[in-house]
Ligand binder design. Structure first.
Ligand code: AMP
Ligand code: MN
Ligand code: MN
Ligand code: MN
Length: 289
């Protein structure tokens, strides 16, 4: 982000620091995401496509036209502790950093093969053509994700909506799930720090970890240079927001505010529609350069 006087950053009222565009698994183009955020009253926005920086240029140009403060971001897929997938949001990164770009390219490179394996697993339970079907929903084939499979399976009437497709077909333990090696936590945090960014643990309430495992993850994340966690997340219940506010205090993490918006009708909350930050927490945007 361009150098901002602290007074301006302290005046932020409606930050949204996690959302997706058609560059990964969102439904709106980067420019459309920015326009919608602006229309919703967002005054500090980060676009954080999965493992990809390709939307940042268009998003920033649109934000500049609208006078909306914009931060470059990405959501990095990480494998932690053998077989748990966790997501780390990178904020305020240099989008031209070569090591970050190479690292993300490496993370993306396994997606196509994984998608073919997912389709083969689904074929075993009688669901055919899922690879081709998912690709119809993808803007950027290198970024084919479970969200694209979910849209195809929902279209085929295999679940009542995109969310329940995950519960029946795509979540861990279900027929279409294929384990995958993403970046290690150490790699992801190294790339983010190297690109001058802040590493934020995304939607920690979604990882289905025991209390003990969660604390171990938070400890390792902190040790390796993680600075913040998403306290206010579209994926969190009110109770989880309170729980992660407590954990942010205990572990001395800054706190982020993050819709994780993917598109109208497909997301928990719309851009910017989150509760205010608890006043005693350090907002992650206070750490931006
Ligand atoms: P992938 O990176 O291919 O494993 O896909 C992960 C994406 O699938 C997430 O970023 C969400 O967009 C979507 N997703 C995962 N779990 C769910 C769920 N339970 N309900 C709705 N969308 C989900
Ligand atoms: Mn997604
Ligand atoms: Mn995520
Ligand atoms: Mn996300």
């Amino acid at each position: 982000m361009s150098a901002a006087p602290n007074a301006a950053i302290n005046a932020v009222q409606n930050a949204d620091l996690h959302c997706h565009s058609t560059v990964s698994d969102g439904l709106l183009t980067p420019a459309e995401v920015v326009r919608r955020a602006h229309a919703n009253g967002v005054d500090l926005l980060a676009l954080t496509d999965h493992d990809e920086l390709g939307g940042l240029c268009d998003a920033r140009r649109t934000a500049d036209e609208l006078g909306l403060r914009f931060v470059d971001g990405a959501e990095v897929s990480v494998s932690w502790d053998e077989d748990t997938t966790v997501h780390v949001v990178a904020l305020d990164i240099d989008p031209d950093n070569a090591a970050l770009a190479e690292g993300l390219a490496q993370v993306r490179s396994g997606r196509d093969e994984r998608a073919r394996e997912m389709a083969a697993e689904l074929a075993k339970v009688g669901i055919h053509g899922a690879y081709e079907g998912a690709l119809r929903y993808v803007g950027n084939p290198a970024l084919v994700s479970r969200a694209h499979f979910a849209r195809y399976l929902a279209e085929q009437g295999l679940a009542r909506d995109v969310k329940s497709v995950f519960d029946h077909w795509l979540a861990k333990g279900k027929p279409g799930y294929v384990a995958h090696d993403w970046a290690t936590l150490e790699q992801a945090l190294g790339w983010i720090r190297g690109a001058g960014g802040i590493a934020v643990l995304a939607h920690p309430g979604r990882f289905r970890l025991s209390g003990k495992e969660l604390r171990r993850l938070l400890g390792e994340f902190k040790e390796q240079g993680g600075r913040a966690i998403e306290v206010l997340s579209g994926a969190h219940s009110a109770q989880q927001m309170a729980e992660f506010a407590r954990l942010a205090r205990e572990f001395q993490f800054a706190a982020s505010r993050a819709s994780d918006f993917h598109g109208p009708g497909e997301s928990w909350v719309d851009l910017g529609r989150l509760p205010p930050m608890p006043p005693d927490l350090t907002p992650v945007w206070a750490l931006f350069s």
